[in-house]
Design a protein around this ligand. Structure first.
Ligand SMILES: C[S@@+](CC[C@H](N)C(=O)[O-])C[C@H]1O[C@@H](n2cnc3c(N)ncnc32)[C@H](O)[C@@H]1O
Length: 313
C-alpha cells in the first residue's frame, strides 16, 4: 500500500500552557548541570585560567549552533573531551528538557502511550544522540508519567567518544531508570544500506529520536534523491514512534519531511512549531560569570520544529 503522510492529519496548536512535569524536569536538569559545573566545567576553566581556551571553546559551541548549518564547512570535532563537556554545558539541559516536554505534549495526540506503562524495558535509539541528551529527556518523561519501566538506550553517532561522557553523566543520574546505553559509531551521511549492527539497534527500538541532528546532516545529503537521503528510516519497524526536533529555520525540516514521504509506511501524528523556553527560574543567575561573557542563556526561547511520527506498515 502506498502511504502519503503529508500533509499531516492533525495540526496541533503551539504549546501555550506548561505541560505536566515542565518545572520538575527543569529542576532536575538544573541540579545535574550545577553538579557538572562544579565537578567538571569549573576545573576545566581554572586549569586554563591564563589562556582561557576552555572559555573560547564554550563560545565556539554557542556560536556554531547559533548559525544555520547550511554548508558542510566547519563542523565541531567532538573527539576531545573538553569540547564534549562544553557542548554538555551549553545544550544538554535545554535539549533534554525539550525532548521531555515534546513527549508529554504528544500524549494528547496519541493513545498509544497508555499501553506503555506495561512495557518492562523501553528501547530508545537516539540517532546523533551525542551525550544521550534525548534518552535523559525520555527517562524524565517516564518519571512525569509515573512509569517505572527500565530504559535501554542506544546512541548512534559519528563520535563514539560520547560514550565516555555518558559514563560520567550516568553516575549522576542513577536515580533515573536508565539501565544501559550502547554507543554505536556510524557516520549518518554514509551512502548505501546501513550496516547490520546499526539496523538491528534501530529495528528493536520502541522510540527513535532525532534531536538537532538532521540540521547537522542536511548539507551533506541534500543533493541525494529523497528516498536515499536518510537510509536509516527504512530500518525502523512497524509500531515504532519517531520524535524529530530541530531548529525551525533552515532547509533540514523540508528535506526530512520529503524523505519521510518517500519512505513507505509512516504516519504523521503531529508536525508543529514550538517556542518552548527552558523555565527562566532554572537558568543560571544573571550575575553568573559565564552569562555576560558568553551571552549564555540556557533559558532563552528556542524556535523549534517538532515532528512526531509512527511507522505503521
Ligand atoms: C547538535 S548535536 C545533538 C546531540 C543531541 N541529540 C542533543 O540534542 O543534544 C549533533 C550530534 O550529531 C552528531 N553528528 C553530526 N554529524 C554526524 C554524522 N555525519 N553522523 C553521525 N552523527 C553525526 C554529533 O556527533 C552530535 O552528537
Amino acid at each position: 500500500m502506498s502511504y502519503l503522510p503529508y500533509p499531516p492529519p492533525v495540526h496541533p496548536l503551539p504549546i501555550l500552557v506548561k505541560p505536566p512535569g515542565y518545572d520538575e524536569s527543569a529542576g532536575y536538569l538544573r541540579h545535574l548541570l550545577d553538579e557538572i559545573e562544579r565537578d567538571i566545567i569549573m576545573p576545566l576553566i581554572i586549569r586554563n585560567h591564563v589562556t582561557v581556551p576552555f572559555k573560547e571553546l564554550l563560545k565556539r559551541i554557542v556560536d556554531s549552533y547559533n548559525v544555520n548549518l547550511t554548508t558542510p564547512n566547519e563542523r565541531l570535532d567532538f573527539g576531545d573531551s573538553p569540547t564534549r563537556w562544553a557542548y554538555v554545558y551549553v545544550f544538554l539541559m535545554r535539549h533534554s528538557h525539550l525532548v521531555h516536554t515534546a513527549l508529554v505534549e504528544m500524549t494528547k495526540f496519541t493513545q498509544n502511550f497508555v499501553s506503555w506503562q506495561y512495557v518492562r524495558t523501553f528501547d530508545v535509539c537516539a540517532i546523533g544522540g551525542g551525550p544521550a541528551t534525548d534518552i535523559l529527556g525520555f527517562a524524565l518523561f517516564l518519571k512525569t508519567l509515573n512509569i517505572s519501566s527500565d530504559v535501554q538506550g542506544t546512541v548512534i553517532d559519528k563520535c563514539g567518544e560520547w560514550g565516555d561522557t555518558w559514563t560520567s553523566l550516568h553516575a549522576r543520574t542513577s536515580d533515573l531508570n536508565i539501565k544501559n546505553i550502547d554507543y554505536v559509531t556510524y557516520d549518518l551521511t554514509s551512502e548505501g544500506n546501513v550496516p547490520d549492527e546499526v539496523a538491528t539497534k534501530i529495528r528493536r527500538a520502541h522510540l527513535v529520536t532525532l534531536t538537532k541532528v538532521v540540521s547537522s546532516l542536511s548539507a551533506f545529503v541534500c543533493k541525494r534523491p529523497a528516498h536515499l537521503r536518510f537510509p536509516f528510516l527504512r530500518a525502523i519497524s512497524p509500531g515504532t514512534f519517531v520524535l524529530f526536533i530541530d531548529n525551525e529555520s533552515g532547509p533540514h525540516n523540508g528535506l526530512f519531511r520529503e524523505a519521510v514521504s518517500y519512505t513507505s509506511g509512516f504516519r504523521v501524528i503531529a508536525d508543529f512549531h514550538s517556542d518552548m523556553a527552558f523555565p527562566s527560574v532554572s537558568g543560571p543567575s544573571p550575575n553568573h560569570p559565564l552569562v555576560g561573557w558568553l551571552s549564555f542563556f540556557p533559558a532563552k526561547i528556542g524556535s523549534n520544529r517538532i515532528i512526531f511520527l509512527q511507522k505503521v506498515c
